[in-house]
Design a protein around this ligand. Structure first.
Ligand code: SAM
Length: 226
């Protein structure tokens, strides 16, 4: 990787300046952290650095469009903070739990939250299965597990009527078809595939949204209830 390769990703894309002007500086600082400490600590492959914006940050940024105002959000298996840190930056109204079991990753996350001065993000060192039932309004994930397994982890964590948002690639339709009976058994009520950023991004983001029913998480609790 040459210096010019790695610097490409550190230029804030005009799209971010246009759509999220207030978030442009912290997003760029996060891109820099991923490109430096993130690669040094093995959290991001060096080959990802030139495409950090296109394949990672922009891909995550548009997810915010599906999240209701003021929601509490658990980002399951957040790794180096994707999409959780991006969401915390672009949506200060959200309360984000960055859920990750591995110490090396939670150490990086703690440092990133502090460096980026994110008052609305908390690092939670845990596996998804260990989270309290019905504790978040929205549960997000990206590249964590096949949809059926993910639903068994995430839906119980959602309040009744809450949302599970799974970022998926081209496999979304196939995974959804394969897991419909599991979703029903878990009390899911509605599911849908969204294509986000089709007019704006080189690679639109595919998200499976699932509305949690009573059997999934239990009774509704407020955002301060976890
Ligand atoms: C491929 S990485 C994806 C990281 C990040 N979401 C991204 O898109 O770059 C999968 C992450 O899920 C975490 N993970 C695996 N099983 C998990 C579980 N049961 N609960 C929570 N996180 C889990 C791993 O530690 C890892 O950080």
């Amino acid at each position: 990787m040459t210096d010019s390769d790695s610097s490409v990703s550190r230029e804030t894309p005009p799209l971010v300046e246009k759509l999220y002007p207030r978030a442009a500086a912290p997003l760029t600082a996060y891109a820099e952290l991923l490109a430096t400490e993130g690669t040094l600590r093995g959290l991001i492959g060096p080959r990802e650095v030139p495409r950090l914006w296109d394949r990672h940050l922009l891909n995550c940024v548009v997810l915010e469009r599906l999240i209701p105002e003021g929601a509490s959000v658990a980002d399951i298996g957040t790794g180096a903070g994707l999409p959780g840190i991006v969401l915390a930056i672009v949506r200060p109204d959200l309360e984000i739990g960055l859920v990750e079991p591995l110490l090396r990753r939670t150490t990086f996350l703690e440092e990133a939250v502090e460096a980026l001065e994110l008052e609305n993000a908390t690092v939670v060192r845990a596996r998804a299965e260990e989270l309290p039932r019905a504790s978040y309004d929205v549960v997000t994930s990206r590249a964590v597990a096949p949809l059926g397994k993910l639903a068994a982890w995430c839906l119980p964590v959602c309040v009744e009527g809450g949302l599970m948002l799974a970022m998926k690639g081209e496999s979304a339709e196939e995974e959804l078809a394969a897991s419909e009976s599991e979703l029903s058994a878990l009390g899911a009520e509605l599911w849908h595939i969204h294509e986000l950023g089709t007019d704006e991004l080189a690679q639109p983001t595919t998200v499976v949204s699932i509305v949690a029913g009573r059997a999934a998480g239990g009774s509704r609790r407020g955002r301060s209830g976890r």
